[in-house]
Design a protein around this ligand. Structure first.
Ligand code: PLP
Length: 485
């Protein structure tokens, strides 16, 4: 069961203390009288369960001693802080969800306002409930040609700044790989002493190739949260939180990070964050350059079969406003639906990151090879040819176009007495649920907001188009959970 035979040399190990600690743990003889309860010997009880748990070891009593005497986590976090040029870095085993919540909890006091992009992930919204902060919503600019969100405009930010927020919360890149003009937004917020927190869950690779946008700390942001299991090859739910101390209180961030993190972090996610950091430091430019070439070649090959432009490309956007590793296929340009393409791909054992009526998103990472792209192209091209009909205009997805109407605060709605009402009776009522087509997990309605005709009709239409509607108490949408009148 050893991940690496004793003495085997892994080139990243020497520069990655947590990765080394993880591999060493399995190389050494041990007799643990500590957690985890499986003791890496559960195969003796049951092969199936053992196969799942026997490769697990925690931070405490695994990668380090129970008293953390070796300080391996601190060493690895310092290396990450240095690589990203941050004052502070923490590794989370709770995903960007946890890291977002930790930062938001550290910002202010109950009732304070934050300027927040409406494209925020639900983890940020639940953080507002936890911290009792009031959102000043900012809507993204929508690209006329594609109907896609292309980031928060400066006018929208300046409107929000007039309401005196204590922080600006942005999601960059967005789910479709587009970015706001961050340098302009950040300097505008900083001119008023307001920190900028960036949920960069999908942007862990930024800043490590000359062909990619810079990462947001390089652009002056105050906090960067990223999922090392999304664009980077980290363990599921591993995430990295990086912050600067000029406008943020790092001691408070540390306190809320610990308040909301498990006291038993698993070793593998932590070791994988350290390994991803070492990989970016040593081979990031080479590997990312190669990925961008593979993605461009793939898009060119598939595009060659069709007259209409079907992919988003960097040339469609101003410089540094699109992630070149992102593969976004515009199903409307082929007159078919993203969900229909997804279903045909699933039948061939290919899974995609996201599909809705007009769009399909393929997540390509450093782990994909030339062969993977060749296999995808070979399967995808005939499917697209088969489904192709008359191109249609894309409709701006509900997730990007809702104008929220706030009834009561999110926190009041979260703790209110609620009741279920039929969809027919829900219009005008205050939602107790956050409801989001998933992916992208962007709220169409948040707790405390009014269920409008646009939202109810839009959710019903998304559902019947085959999109999963997440977090609604009644996932069939026959009834809605609303605040008791
Ligand atoms: C923008 C954004 N932020 C945060 C998250 C949560 O990340 P995690 O799954 O690592 O908790 C997601 C997940 O999809 C996301 O899309």
């Amino acid at each position: 069961m050893n991940p690496a035979a004793p003495g085997s040399s892994n080139p990243l190990r020497t520069s990655a203390p947590l990765l080394d600690a993880y591999l060493s743990y399995f190389e050494e003889h041990r007799l643990p009288f500590t957690i985890p309860g499986h003791k890496q010997k559960t195969t003796l009880l049951d092969e199936g369960l053992g196969a799942v748990v026997d490769m697990d070891t925690p931070l405490y009593g695994g990668l380090d001693e129970i008293k953390l005497t070796s300080g391996v986590l601190k060493k690895a976090e310092k290396l990450a802080a240095d690589l990203w040029g941050a004052d502070y870095a923490r590794f989370s085993t709770g995903g960007s969800t946890h890291a977002n919540q930790a930062v938001v909890l550290a910002l202010g006091k109950p009732g304070d306002k934050v300027a927040i992009s409406r494209t925020a992930h639900r983890s940020i919204l639940s953080a507002l409930v936890l911290a009792d902060l009031q959102p000043i919503w900012m809507s993204p600019d929508i690209d006329e040609a594609t109907g896609f969100p292309i980031g928060i405009g400066i006018t929208e930010l300046e409107r929000a700044l007039k309401e005196k927020p204590i922080a600006v919360l942005l999601t960059e890149p967005g789910y479709l790989g587009t970015l706001s003009d961050l340098p302009t937004l950040i300097s505008s917020a900083h001119a008023q002493g307001v920190p900028v927190i960036i949920d960069a869950a999908w942007g862990g690779h930024f800043g490590f190739s000359k062909d990619l946008p810079k990462h947001c700390l390089q652009l002056g942001a105050d906090a960067l949260i990223t999922s090392t299991h999304k664009a980077l090859p980290g363990y599921s739910a591993s995430a990295l939180l990086l912050a600067q101390g000029k406008y943020l209180n790092l001691a408070r961030i540390e306190q809320s990070f610990e308040t909301t993190h498990t006291t038993s972090p698993a070793g593998a996610p932590l070791a994988s964050i350290d390994g991803c950091r070492a990989l970016l430091a040593t081979r990031g430019d080479e590997l990312l350059g190669n990925l961008i070439t593979l993605v461009n070649n793939f898009k060119r090959e598939v595009q060659g079969n069709f007259a209409e432009p079907i992919f988003l490309n960097t040339s469609d956007f101003p410089a540094d406003r699109f992630d070149p590793t992102k593969i976004v296929l515009r199903a409307n340009q082929l007159g078919t639906s993203g969900v229909a393409i997804e279903n045909a791909l699933i039948a061939k054992n290919i899974r995609v990151e996201m599909a809705d009526n007009d769009t399909i998103v393929f997540l390509a990472t450093l782990a994909d090879s030339q062969k993977d792209f060749d296999d995808l192209a070979r399967t995808l091209i005939p499917i697209l040819k088969e489904l192709e009909s008359t191109p249609r205009q894309s409709a701006t997805a509900l997730s990007w176009s809702v104008v929220p109407q706030v009834g009561i605060t999110m926190r009041s709605a979260y703790f209110a007495q609620t009741e279920m009402v039929s969809a027919a009776d829900a219009q005008g009522r205050i939602s107790a649920d956050l409801i989001a087509p998933y992916p992208p997990g962007v709220a169409v309605i948040a707790p405390g907001e009014i269920l409008t005709e646009q939202i109810l009709k839009g959710l019903a239409a998304s559902k019947s188009a085959g999109v999963r509607i997440a977090y609604a108490t009644d996932a069939t949408l026959a009834t809605y959970r609303v605040v008791m009148a």
